[in-house]
Write a protein that binds this ligand. Structure first.
Ligand code: HPA
Length: 272
């Protein structure tokens, strides 16, 4: 079955469960998990009940799509994300974004946990993503293009909406939450990177590194969505002072910044 028809089938199944068309899509990556609890009147649909949705075969948390209102806006939240390193194609990883677009969203909000490459950043910082580098060696748009979904050669001059970046910065200032801004580089993972790789990525102009987000953002731009992105800086990737990565500590820091990021995103949604 063609991708277009798969998207339509998945969207139809979601509409049957909840007819409310969402305006904003949110990928609840690391740092935004608790936003799910703030959604009012949420209808939840298990990913496994949506045709063609990727599902996790190993995780007990198979993932859920949540529809409801947040800060007065109709939203669809994707709770549970898929990564390239799990073995999913980038087309599969970004399929939920296609379905959210088919449901009616015009704006997508994404978040992730990332290593800080900018030496001015500290673990626990929040960063507004201003641009990205696709270092995954792959692209979700490879293959025949369906003009109903977007153009063959999508423009990438402004993947992260400048208007939304300004809105997020002003909102953070109002709330007294300090934010960084910077370029996110996506690596395929699953291993963390070497000191030589961090040095190279910093020289390339990246401020933060992770293993997600870029495939979903490429598809969002292809689909004509406006994107706002945040990174929770969970560790410091300084090539000349590199400590072994402590995954427990990375998760603990991601959880510690979650309340702030949740508050910021909710306030941004109110102002969109
Ligand atoms: N690399 C390094 N540090 C990180 C990453 C990564 O992909 N994700 C979160 N912290």
């Amino acid at each position: 079955m063609e991708l277009f028809d798969q998207i339509e089938e998945a969207a139809a199944a979601v509409r049957t469960a909840c007819p409310l068309p969402p305006q904003i899509g949110i990928i609840l990556g690391t740092g935004l998990g608790s936003l799910a609890k703030e959604i009012e009147g949420a209808h939840s649909i298990d990913y496994e009940d949506i045709p063609h949705f990727p599902h996790s075969t190993v995780d007990s948390h198979a993932g859920q799509l949540l529809l409801g209102t947040l800060a007065g806006k109709a939203v669809v939240a994707l709770s549970g994300r898929f990564h390239a390193y799990e073995g999913y194609s980038l087309q599969k990883v970004s399929f939920p974004v296609r379905v959210a677009k088919a449901l009616g969203i015009s704006t997508l909000i994404v978040s992730n946990a990332a290593g800080g490459l900018n030496p001015q950043f500290s673990a626990g910082d929040l960063m507004i993503i201003t641009d990205h580098i696709n270092f995954m060696g792959d692209n979700p748009l490879i293959g025949p293009n369906d003009d109903r979904l977007g153009p063959r050669f999508p423009d990438m001059s402004e993947p992260y909406s400048r208007a939304l970046i300004a809105l997020a910065e002003n909102t953070a200032l109002e709330l007294g939450i300090s934010v960084r801004r910077g370029v996110y580089i996506a690596c395929p993972g699953p291993c963390l990177e070497t000191a030589a790789e961090y040095r190279m990525m910093r020289a390339m102009g990246a401020d933060a590194v992770g293993m997600s987000t870029v495939p979903e953002v490429i598809v969002a731009i292809h689909a004509g969505l406006r994107v706002l992105g945040f990174s929770a800086i969970t560790d410091e990737c300084l090539p000349d002072a590199l400590q072994p990565a402590d995954i427990g500590k990375i998760i603990a820091i991601a959880n510690a910044v979650e309340p702030q990021l949740t508050r910021l995103v909710e306030a941004c949604i109110e102002r969109i």
